[in-house]
Design a protein around this ligand. Structure first.
Ligand code: 5GP
Length: 176
């Protein structure tokens, strides 16, 4: 089935304004704390890059890669870490940054993994939230946009590795 991404959901400007707003809130709460900002690869890379530059506070940046095997457009229950953090987080203030929370499976799994490493504090920031799709309960501490149940791409989010480079966020539709 062919697909296209022509319908813009969030423009570059709208995203930029929201990232600034989130960054100001986070910077206020983490001022003087030097948090470990953990990005979940690959989707969060652009959001995290913009967010920390807007936050303008000292922080350590690290990344994890989490794989979930299953259907292409959704997370299965089989979740594993394929690239772990290089930074010890025990006693640190950890801020997990993710592109989107959908079923909640990925973040609820990852939050438990980090909790076992005994951080001082642990919070989660997501750019996008699809609350209607939850399979397990999960609430992020910072949410950019709550969106409907539609598959979106751009600003780091992909569809089969396509569209990550887009400056805006678009809805993927079928052309068939
Ligand atoms: P969850 O485990 O909450 O179901 O989903 C988390 C992951 O599923 C996200 O990090 C992302 O990789 C993928 N995902 C969920 N919804 C979307 C979407 O609308 N667009 C894209 N590109 N990925 C999504």
């Amino acid at each position: 089935m062919a697909e296209s991404a022509t319908k813009i959901l969030l423009t570059e400007q709208v995203i930029r304004d929201k990232v600034k707003e989130l960054a100001a809130t986070i910077a206020g709460e983490y001022n003087g704390k030097n948090p470990v900002v953990v990005g979940i690869l690959k989707g969060a890379c652009i959001f995290l890059s913009d967010l920390i530059r807007e936050m303008q506070i000292p922080c350590t940046v690290d990344f994890v890669r989490i794989a979930s095997y299953g259907a292409k457009k959704e997370t299965s229950g089989n979740i594993t870490i394929t690239k772990d953090l290089e930074t010890p987080v025990k006693g640190r203030d950890v801020l997990v940054v993710e592109d989107i929370v959908d079923t909640g499976l990925t973040l609820s799994y990852f939050v438990e993994v980090i909790k076992q490493r005994q951080p001082a504090t642990l919070r989660v920031c997501v750019l996008l939230d699809k609350p209607k799709r939850r399979i397990v309960p999960f609430s992020a501490d910072y949410v950019g946009f709550s969106i409907e149940d539609e598959f979106v791409v751009g600003y780091g989010l992909d569809y089969n590795e396509k569209y990550r480079y887009l400056r805006d966020i678009r809805i993927v539709g079928s052309t068939d």
